[in-house]
Design a binder for this molecule. Structure first.
Ligand code: AKG
Length: 314
């Protein structure tokens, strides 16, 4: 098992310090003591249910804490925002879909989830004015602002996104575990999600290479902001009922991002193109007997490794 790294906690960082010292390292850090506006004191459950209104939200509902996106161990259900907040803040429910202790998770979406991007100013105008988003990137780079609200205990599957991200933890504590992009070989990926849900006690018979992954870990307190650089894997556990807003922004040229990606997690256009080329290469290799296939596949891997791996293995 590699050494665990405790995430650094940096106090009262200015925009200049973030952009010149922190951001270029492209490692996650916890930023504490930023001015986030009145949301940190105002966003109680009664206030959210009243000011957030009854905008219909689609939420994940699960009978277990560990939500599994690959095997879909949850239901999608729609609820008015105010009712969702009420239910997610309670441990026992009078009204429920599965059982009285079910867990809820909201990852806010746009009006049309296939096309529209989540934006709290558009979808939650009664709440958007309460939060000041740290101005750590240019306004033109802004992509989305996403409500993340869940029941105490909910654990969100390990995944990566393709955009840089500030996760603003407004209320409730959250355990955050991250892995660097260079550890992708140890995370047993299915698309942009890892098959390893339980990052604390994984099944090492099934996932033996996981021991080589380097874990970065921390606890977000209310008012903390976690910088999650693009491609860093993250797994979150809600230690309390929690309300967060995360902001994605584009740090590469706009043309490199998939224009039909409301979630900010579709692979960049050149990566998609490269993946299609690999599909064709694999088809071509299949035309040969297996020992030739194996030999030329290894030679291709070697070329890719020599030419395109730019990061040192840690
Ligand atoms: C993200 O900000 O990309 C997350 O996945 C956060 C998940 C959460 O905190 O609920």
């Amino acid at each position: 098992m590699k050494r665990h790294v405790n995430l650094s906690i940096l106090n009262g960082i200015t925009k200049d310090e973030f952009t010149s010292k922190i951001y270029p390292k492209r490692e996650p850090v916890i930023l504490r003591g930023l001015d986030l506006g009145p949301c940190t004191t105002r966003w109680t459950v009664p206030y959210l249910t009243q000011a957030g209104g009854s905008y219909e939200v689609k939420v994940h509902v699960s009978s277990v804490c560990e939500m599994d996106f690959i095997n879909k161990n949850f239901l999608y259900r729609s609820l008015p925002f105010n009712e969702f907040v009420q239910r997610a803040s309670e441990q026992h429910h009078k009204d429920f879909f599965i059982d009285a202790t079910e867990k809820y998770y909201l990852r806010a979406l746009g009006h049309d989830p296939r096309k529209d991007v989540a934006n709290i100013s558009v979808h939650f105008p009664g709440l958007a004015g309460d939060i000041s988003i740290p101005e750590f990137f240019e306004p033109s780079q802004f992509f989305s602002s996403v409500f993340r609200i869940a029941s105490k205990g909910a654990q969100i599957w390990t995944h990566y996104d393709v955009m840089d991200n500030l996760l603003i933890q407004v209320t409730g504590r959250k355990k955050v575990v991250l892995f660097p992009p260079t550890d992708v070989d140890f995370l047993y990926m299915s698309g942009d999600k890892s098959r390893i849900l339980n990052v604390d006690s994984p099944d090492l018979e099934k996932f033996p290479k996981f021991v080589h992954a380097q874990r970065f870990e921390g606890t977000l307190e209310p008012g903390d902001v976690l910088f999650i650089p693009a491609l860093w894997f993250h797994n979150m556990t809600y230690l309390d009922f929690g309300v967060a807003v995360n902001v994605f922004w584009r740090h590469m040229e706009a043309r490199l991002y998939d224009s039909k990606d409301p979630y900010g997690n579709k692979d960049p256009v050149p990566a998609q193109r490269a993946s299609q080329i690999v599909d064709r290469a694999l088809k071509a290799l299949e035309e040969m007997p297996s020992e030739y296939q194996d030999f030329y596949a290894r030679r291709l891997c070697d070329r890719i490794r020599a030419k395109a791996f730019t990061q040192e293995d840690k």
